[in-house]
Design a protein around this ligand. Structure first.
Ligand SMILES: [Zn+2]
Ligand SMILES: [Zn+2]
Ligand SMILES: [Zn+2]
Length: 375
């Protein structure tokens, strides 16, 4: 079990849907290149974590028998660049792809809605209260559609502006509803865009009007498929073009999840309707904590950020790198983690006080404690 209280106490941002942070394989993190977004869809789905995370905090992995080791694991925070890139590729890209398939199976094109709210109001406030107000308002907004028999399923991302105001960006599966009707139902300004590509031939520059830019968007089938301004067509039979659309939407949505866009007091900035979550969200596989060596579950506990821990417990980093595992005072090693594991008897009687082994000056005392039995 992950100790969520400790995790939150350490200032961590929770993953968006699950509390199981550690459905993972255990490997050392190494500085390395990131997976490219160009070949994202299926090819990378087996990758379980980014190759490198500068912040990777410490976790304690505990066997059913009460032995443990300390490991560094990726933080998975959106504000961490490598983890964010990894999550865009492994979670957001497949999610957007599933969304476009869903809309298309209903004969619709997916839409991007930007919902604004007046400055100074609770709906645009970057705070937990503002977050709550927005989610309540979104529920009512959805009901405005469903009451009329119109589907309205979405993924929403909150964006904080430099001005301090918060906007909501929604990727939506819905039938065609005129913009003024959507705006009336929301109550404030709404920008509606079809999901597509900017026309490479005629997409206008920054100074152009919203209408001119919309005219030069190429909306993939079941949309028009070509530019309504200049007629430029895209070969939609080529999956690379569709992958471009997916990648652009994924980047668009995730640009609001960076460190710069961090919001005070707001932990969860992405929300999904229930049907959306079931249909489109990438669920990380559960229960990889099963250990083939002892044929039992291992538990994971968040210990703390690496920078702080390595300062307070100088031996921790070395022990983790040397694949040291511990059994409690009076206990015995187990078969877990393979034969490269170095087993050490801890000064602690239980895993939860295992950091004692890494306290400064503790090393001298440990030398006087009997080592592991010879086998
Ligand atoms: Zn990270
Ligand atoms: Zn064009
Ligand atoms: Zn085991």
């Amino acid at each position: 079990m992950v100790d969520l209280a400790a995790y939150i106490g350490a200032g961590a941002v929770l993953p968006d849907s699950e509390s199981n942070l550690l459905d993972c394989w255990v490997e050392d993190t190494t500085p390395n290149g990131l997976t490219s977004l160009v070949k994202p869809l299926i090819a990378n789905s087996h990758i379980r974590k980014p190759k490198w995370c500068p912040d990777s905090p410490y976790f304690q992995e505990v066997t059913a028998g009460g032995n443990w080791r300390n490991i560094r694991w990726v933080c998975r925070k959106w504000c961490c660049d490598p983890c964010r890139e990894y999550r865009i590729t492994s979670e957001i890209v497949p999610e957007v792809s599933a969304t476009l398939d869903w809309a298309s199976s209903l004969g619709w094109t997916a839409k991007l809605l930007t919902l604004t709210a007046p400055a100074g109001g609770i709906l645009s406030e970057a705070s937990p209260a503002g977050c709550k107000a927005r989610s309540r308002r979104l529920q009512h907004f959805k009901q405005e559609f469903t009451r009329k028999g119109e589907m309205f399923e979405y993924l929403s991302v909150a964006e904080s502006h430099k001005s301090g105001r918060v906007h909501l960006h929604l990727l939506v599966v819905m039938p065609y509803v005129p913009q003024r009707v959507i705006e009336k139902r929301w109550g404030y300004r709404v920008d509606v865009k079809g999901v597509g590509l900017r026309c490479p031939k005629c997409y206008p520059g920054r100074g152009a009007t919203r209408e001119a830019r919309k005219r030069s968007m190429i909306i993939p089938p079941p949309g028009r498929g070509s530019c309504s301004n200049c007629g430029h067509t895209v070969d939609w039979a080529n999956p690379a073009n569709m992958a471009d659309v997916v990648g652009i939407v994924a980047l668009e949505l995730s640009k609001y999840l960076t460190k710069e866009a961090d919001m005070a007091g707001v932990r969860k900035r992405m929300n999904r309707t229930q049907a959306w979550g079931k249909r489109c969200q990438v669920k990380r596989p559960k229960a990889p904590s099963f250990c083939p060596d002892c044929a039992d579950e291992h538990a994971f506990r968040f210990v703390g950020p690496s920078a702080r821990l390595e300062l307070a417990y100088p031996g921790l980093k070395v022990a983790a790198a040397a694949r040291v595992a511990y059994y409690p005072a009076g206990g015995a090693p187990s078969k877990c983690w393979g034969k490269d594991t170095v087993w050490v008897q801890s000064v602690a009687a239980v895993a939860s006080s295992g950091l004692m082994d890494h306290m400064p000056l503790m090393a001298d005392w440990r030398d006087s404690v009997p080592g592991p039995p010879d086998n």
